[in-house]
Design a protein around this ligand. Structure first.
Ligand SMILES: [Cu+2]
Length: 66
């Protein structure tokens, strides 16, 4: 099972790195896949959707669950 977010303000490689780091910190063992052109973040290997969403928000982005 995976959790997907739309993160419109994720715009470059730095954002990807920041978000990936924040998510893996919040949910150790999770796998984060980012598609930058569509601003889509897919997280698998965890069921902690709220924690992951909060981590992305705390990193300074506006995630929307999809
Ligand atoms: Cu960026």
């Amino acid at each position: 099972m995976s959790i997907e977010f739309q993160v419109p303000d994720m715009t470059c490689g730095h954002c990807v790195k920041t978000i990936t780091g924040a998510v893996t910190h919040a949910a150790p063992g999770a796998t984060v896949t980012v598609d930058l052109p569509t601003h889509r973040v897919t997280v698998s290997g965890t069921d902690q959707a709220e924690k992951v969403e909060a981590a992305i928000r705390d990193a300074g982005y506006e995630p929307a669950r999809v």
